[in-house]
Write a protein that binds this ligand. Sequence first.
Ligand SMILES: Cc1cc2nc3c(=O)[nH]c(=O)nc-3n(C[C@H](O)[C@H](O)[C@H](O)COP(=O)(O)OP(=O)(O)OC[C@H]3O[C@@H](n4cnc5c(N)ncnc54)[C@H](O)[C@@H]3O)c2cc1C
Length: 471
Amino acid sequence: MGESYNFDAAIVGGGIAGMMTGVRLAELGLRAAVLEQGGQERYPCNTRYTGGAFHVCFRSVNDPEAALVEAIAQGTRGAASAEVAQAVAKDTRTAVRWLKDKGIKFIKGGADAWRENTLAPPLLVRPGLHWEGRGGDVMLRTLAGRLQELGGTLLLGTRAKRLRMDGGRCTGIEAERQGRAVVVDAGSVVLCDGGFQANLALLREFVSPAPEKLKQRGAATGGGDGLQMAREVGAKLVGMENIYGHLLAREAMHNDALWPFPMLDHVCTAGIVVDGAARRFMDEGLGGVYMTNCIARLHDPLAATVVYDETIWNGPARDFILPANPNLISAGATILKSPDLTGLAARLGLPQGALEATVAEYNAAVDAGQTMQLAFPRTTSTYKAYPVRQQPFYAVQLCAGITFTMGGLAIDGTGRVLGQNGEPLPGLYAAGCTTGGLDGGPYAGYVGGLAKSSAYALRIAGHIAAGRRVS
Ligand SMILES: Cc1cc2nc3c(=O)[nH]c(=O)nc-3n(C[C@H](O)[C@H](O)[C@H](O)COP(=O)(O)OP(=O)(O)OC[C@H]3O[C@@H](n4cnc5c(N)ncnc54)[C@H](O)[C@@H]3O)c2cc1C
């Protein structure tokens, strides 16, 4: 015999999106339950590992709404849904205020305006993963306590498997706990299970020909269950091809000191990235998230290497939070170093003469200010192009670190899941990294994981509560 429950609303996933939705629903007087597959009190999820900076396109969440909408449109080259962009631009600040009201502490994470709302305590400035007692962990434990105080339910160790449908309306969830069936009848269902980054079949279908060669740069708890359940009942998927992630040393595949930090984004935007034939294959000037996507799409995502020189190692490689120089060294990454490119190419096993030719052509283009004429044009509007010229020369073999998938379920301005015909599927909502339609576009524009996952929670709860009052 299994278990059965009845709630006003059932939420799948106990990350920030699910916990905020659950607490808000309980505040509004509804019987809300969060189903979380993790069985431990401090179950892993991306929210627990987060760096904690709430921003919208690396701008303060308090910037004028119109400016944030414009930044999203520019970053995604118009790919973001106007309705979703508007919601995130308007409600991320509301979400931050609401979290502060719940007693969650924020600090200024640094001098940049985009870091002014960072969860406290911030991540340790140290290579590797250190989440215990940091901002994301504290926030989730605070929200879990609040849910309980308000009479809400957190069902740990409970994995949602299927949506219950009745005449086109979603009426609950079928789940499993310790091999036993759990049936939850609910007036509304909210999918907040955090993306499909840990589902190799879905990654192969949409993102990469060899997803087993991507490094999971997060909790790897996003198995795409919500997406699959909703897809089965006719939900529309959007923006499925892009991921959010960063460039890591290839050894992060087996050395845990090398993920989620240090990242090599700033080394790669200053140097050149080559494939196994020593050829450039993308525009390094479009940033780390874009390059992570290009590498993930390679036939062999473990074939990319960054090549740079002493000027870059002592300049841009020292930039950003937890910079590659010196943290790659302290974390034990292999950095190949040689007085000349020929020696470096030999150590990398690259075809004779190919790296020297690529670098010579690249340097000539940089010197002439003609990097847009290269076979793979190199933009310079965001990241300056440096010649790779100053001895010694360096190389680090790379991998693509995937944090979460940008694509997912299409939603409207209130968080209702849309069907193939663009109409909402009654009773079904989604929030956070389960959804698509915000980040993405031709250059994998990144808006912000916490913004995406927090902005909709309060509006979804409000919409469900309003519907209950009317009916
Ligand atoms: C190292 C790191 C640093 C980051 N830094 C930042 C930052 O500084 N700023 C920023 O904006 N973003 C950052 N992010 C991204 C951001 O933290 C996430 O995008 C966000 O927290 C995701 O929230 P979520 O609720 O959508 O998903 P999650 O937090 O992943 O929660 C989803 C939950 O659903 C559960 N689940 C999955 N399937 C099921 C199922 N079938 N049934 C029941 N439960 C299920 C999972 O176990 C998980 O607990 C960072 C992420 C990482 C990993």
